[in-house]
Design a protein around this ligand. Structure first.
Ligand SMILES: [Zn+2]
Ligand SMILES: [Zn+2]
Length: 368
C-alpha cells in the first residue's frame, strides 16, 4: 500500500504517534508497504533519536530516491493518508485518511491481504497482476507484497468483513458469476460490495467483468498447462469466440462445465435471456446453433434436448483446470509462462492487475 504521512508539528508527536512513524518506516525496510512524506518531513525525521536505525535507514533510502517517490501519488489511484491531525478516519472513494496513533500497533503495518474465493484464484491474480498492470514500470523500482487469503467461496464476504475488522489492508477479487454481460451479479459479489460500502477501513474490491476467473485465463495458457483433450477442445472453442468477435460469449459462458443451448433455455434472469437471444442469433450466423431453436427459444429437435454437441456454445475446461494451471505455474520457470499471459488491452484481468498492484505496492526489502 502507498501510505502518505502528513505530520504537522513534528516536534509535538505523542509517543504513540512516534511509534506509528517507526512502524511505518520499518514496514518499508521490510518490504511490506511504501510510506512517503514530503522532503522536509523526511529530513526532520532523521533527527528523531527515538527511531531505530533500521527505520532511519529506510527514511534515508526514501530521501535518496525522493523524486521517484514523490511522483507515486500521481500514478496511483488508491492510497492511504496517515495524519497526526486526524482523530477519526475520513474517506472518499479513492482516498483514506487515518490517525497516525493507530499505527503504534504494528499489526496494522503487516502485508496487504489478497483475498479471493479460493487460494487458486488468489494465486492466479497474484501471478498475473505484476505482469499485466499498467504500473509495470514502477515495479522496476518497487515490488508487490501480499498475503494470500482463501475466502472459501460463498464465505468470501464474511472473510472480507473479518479482515477489515482486524484492520488489515485488503484487496478482494471475486467472480461476478453473471450469466451474461447484462445479468445481475450473484450473491458472493453482491455481499462483498455490501461489506465494502459499510467498511470503515481501507479495503478495495474488484469484481471481475466476467463470469469466473476461468473466463479470463488465456486459452493458450490452459493448453500449455494440461494434456486433457477436454480442456484443449474448450481452449479451441474459446479461441474461436475471441477471434470471431464473440467476446461476451467467451466472458460469460460457464467455462468449467461448458455451455449448451439447453442450459440457456433454463435461465430465469430476464437480462440474461435478452442478452443470450442476441448472442444466440450471432452464433447461428457462425453455424454454431440451430436457428429454429433460437427463434422458438426451446429445443426443436426430435431426439435430444439441445444438450448435444450440435447445440454446444462452448466446451468446458473441466472443474480442475485452475488448480492444474496453478500447479503448473508454480512448477514452470516464469520466463516461459509470461508470454502466454498476453491478453487484450481491455481485458478485465488488467483492471484487476492495477488494483492488486496498487494495494500491494511495497518497497524492495532493505538488508540491515
Ligand atoms: Zn435440441
Ligand atoms: Zn438445438
Amino acid at each position: 500500500m502507498l501510505i502518505k504521512l502528513e505530520l504537522n508539528n513534528i516536534d509535538e508527536l505523542t509517543d504513540e504517534e512516534t511509534a506509528g512513524v517507526e512502524n511505518l518506516f520499518l514496514s518499508c525496510a521490510e518490504g511490506t508497504h511504501v510510506a512517503i512524506a514530503d522532503r522536509n518531513t523526511l529530513k526532520a525525521l532523521l533527527n528523531f533519536t527515538h527511531l531505530s536505525s533500521r527505520a532511519l535507514g529506510s527514511i534515508r533510502n526514501m530521501l535518496s530516491k525522493f523524486s521517484f517517490i514523490a511522483n507515486l501519488e500521481k500514478e496511483i489511484s488508491f492510497y492511504v493518508q496517515i495524519s497526526s491531525d486526524t482523530a477519526d478516519p475520513e474517506f472518499t472513494e479513492d482516498l483514506w485518511k487515518l490517525p497516525l496513533s493507530w499505527f503504534s500497533d504494528s499489526q496494522l503495518c503487516t502485508r496487504t491481504i489478497l483475498l479471493a474465493e479460493n487460494l487458486n484464484d488468489a494465486f492466479f491474480y497474484a501471478f498475473s497482476s505484476p505482469v499485466l498492470s499498467r504500473h509495470a514500470d514502477l515495479l522496476k523500482e518497487l515490488t508487490v507484497n501480499y498475503e494470500l487469503v482463501n475466502g472459501g467461496g460463498d464465505t468470501t464476504a464474511d472473510v472480507l468483513a473479518h479482515v477489515a475488522d482486524e484492520k488489515r489492508f485488503t484487496i478482494c477479487v471475486t467472480d461476478s458469476d453473471q450469466y451474461s454481460p447484462g445479468a445481475s451479479e450473484k450473491r458472493t459479489a453482491r455481499r462483498c460490495r455490501a461489506v465494502i460500502r459499510a467498511c470503515r477501513w481501507p479495503c478495495d474490491l474488484a469484481v471481475i467483468n466476467a463470469r469466473t476467473v476461468e473466463n479470463l485465463i488465456p486459452p493458450a495458457m490452459v493448453r500449455a498447462s494440461t494434456n486433457s483433450p477436454h480442456a484443449h477442445r474448450a481452449a479451441n472453442d474459446v479461441e474461436y469466440l475471441l477471434a470471431n468477435d464473440l467476446l461476451p460469449v467467451a466472458r460469460f459462458s460457464d467455462l468449467k462445465s461448458g455451455l449448451h443451448l439447453s442450459k440457456i433455455f433454463s435461465y430465469t434472469d430476464q437480462n440474461a435471456i435478452a442478452d443470450w437471444k442476441l448472442l444466440g442469433e450471432r452464433l447461428v450466423g457462425h453455424g454454431q446453433l440451430d436457428e429454429r431453436c433460437i427463434e422458438q427459444w426451446s429445443c426443436q429437435h426430435d431426439r435430444h434436448n439441445c444438450d448435444q454437441n450440435c447445440c454446444r456454445i462452448v466446451a468446458g475446461y473441466g472443474v480442475r483446470t485452475l488448480s492444474n494451471l496453478v500447479a503448473w505455474l508454480k512448477a514452470e520457470p516464469s520466463a516461459g509462462i509470461v508470454p502466454l499471459l498476453e491478453v487484450p488491452t481491455e481485458s478485465p484481468l488488467r483492471t484487476v492487475a492495477d488494483r492488486v498492484v496498487e494495494l500491494c505496492l511495497a518497497m524492495k526489502i532493505q538488508r540491515v
